[in-house]
Design a protein around this ligand. Structure first.
Ligand code: HEM
Ligand SMILES: O=C(O)c1ccc(C2CC2)cc1
Length: 393
């Protein structure tokens, strides 16, 4: 029989400390019915991976949040990547994959490394700092809006807009309703920045419009593809960097490994994304009755994939709760998997490599000087504060 769980995964207690519920869902079975939301939870690596790569039976086109676009109006026009299935998904994905691919990012490497070194120099003088605003937020906001080609005015809208978008994938709880009055202002600014005349010609945004000029995309699709960058490209990296700083501050031996071998910075970021899973969950909608782990998911119903639970599944990972640079984290689902796997993952990795390399050269140790404070979000694993002391090398 199908195990049932009546927990609310989006309740404050589970957003604060999700691990116990993740373990309970993994242990209950391959599929668990979440009575609270009438959805089917997948928490084991095997089922999450299988659902992610099966875009035919588990579609994104009805939304990747709790809301089912077949019956409910989305809060904004659906994304042409995240909330689209083939064939609609194909051209936007091909265009972004080229613009955000590793080779295309090589031109940014020198600038981003220099910006990271300047930032670390600035903060090194302080005896104590909050790693979230001083590093995890400051670095992405220093390099990413410029790389997109955004004007300087109004960039303070980026984090709150993205934070709301990630909350909006969950139920309409207070995290969503408390922000609702501000959304029109944030959304108006974001939508306005996607227009061609607001974007520098050479940034990611300008290159999306150039792809439309080449006929790889329509000019109607171009602003929505730019919107994808502004929605997905900031809060994710902020909380990914906060996670890797938190990991090193709580595992000092691992920091020494990066000091001894700065090239380990890249794998360290992927191990941090596995360990913390900045993006915790996503939904899909069954396009046909689909058998998963002995349970038939009826057509039209939503599954909830717990990426964070899969990334700590002892059936897949040894000592899953340990941040360990000795492991090979490849195969983690922190960037998703399959057709919709994160198209911005190389941007995220380059930001992390730049910041961690700058820190590895100058900081002997990152010491936690107080309790980290969580920022609750229906989808993101986020820190509001990370009190640190950076011991100079
Ligand atoms: C640590 C940082 C990041 C994490 C953890 C992350 C996580 C994810 C995940 C889990 C997905 C899959 C969604 C799904 O399967 O429904 C995804 C897709 C996506 N990400 Fe990322 N992401 C990160 C950074 C970025 C950045 C920096 C960008 C843009 C520059 C970006 C743009 C996108 C886009 C456009 C998609 C949709 C891809 C598609 O549907 O084909 N992400 N990301
Ligand atoms: O296309 C979008 O708007 C979009 C929004 C959020 C994400 C999350 C997964 C990182 C991805 C894409």
């Amino acid at each position: 029989t199908l195990p049932v769980n009546d927990a609310d995964p989006f309740a404050p207690e589970h957003l604060e400390t999700p691990e116990p519920l993740h373990a309970a869902l993994r242990d209950a079975g391959p599929v668990v019915y979440l009575a609270r939301y009438d959805v089917y939870a997948l928490a084991r690596y095997e089922q999450v991976h299988a659902a992610l790569v099966n875009w035919q039976d588990f579609q994104s086109g009805a939304g990747v949040g709790l809301s089912n676009f077949r019956y409910e109006k989305p809060w904004r026009p659906p994304s042409l990547l995240l909330e689209a299935d083939p064939p609609r998904h194909d051209a936007p994905r091909r265009v972004l994959a080229a613009i955000l691919g590793p080779r295309a990012l090589r031109r940014l490497r020198q600038t981003w490394f220099a910006e990271a070194e300047a930032l670390v120099e600035r903060v090194l003088g302080e005896r104590e700092l909050d790693g979230v605003p001083a590093l995890a937020e400051a670095f992405p906001l220093r390099v990413f809006p410029d790389a997109v080609g955004l004007q300087r005015e109004g960039r303070q809208n980026l984090l709150p807009y993205g934070n709301f978008a990630f909350n909006a994938f969950g139920p309409a709880n207070s995290l969503v309703t408390d922000a609702a009055p501000h959304v029109p202002e944030w959304a108006a600014w974001v939508d306005a920045q996607c227009a061609r005349d607001r974007l520098g010609p050479d940034g990611f945004g300008g290159r999306i419009w150039a792809a439309a000029d080449r006929g790889e995309l329509t000019h109607e699709q171009a602003p929505l593809v730019v919107r994808s960058l502004l929605t997905a490209g900031v809060d994710t990296t902020v909380h990914g960097l906060a996670a890797v700083l938190h990991a090193f501050a709580t595992h000092p031996g691992q920091w020494q490994r990066v000091r001894d071998n700065p090239a380990a910075a890249r794998v360290a970021f992927d191990e941090a994304v596995r360990w913390a899973s900045p993006v915790q969950t996503f939904f899909r909608t069954a396009t046909t009755d689909t058998l998963v782990g002995g349970t038939t998911i009826p057509e039209g119903r939503k599954i909830l994939m717990f990426l964070a639970a899969a990334n700590r599944d002892p059936r897949r990972w040894e000592r899953p709760d340990t941040f360990d640079l000795g492991r090979d984290p490849s195969g983690h689902v922190g960037f998703g998997m399959g057709l919709h796997q994160c198209v911005g993952q190389h941007v995220a990795r380059l930001e992390a490599e730049a910041l961690l390399t700058a820190l590895a050269r100058r900081v002997r140790r990152l010491e936690l000087t107080g309790e980290p404070v969580r920022q609750h979000n229906n989808t993101l694993r986020a820190l509001r504060s990370l009190p640190l002391r950076l011991h100079p090398a």
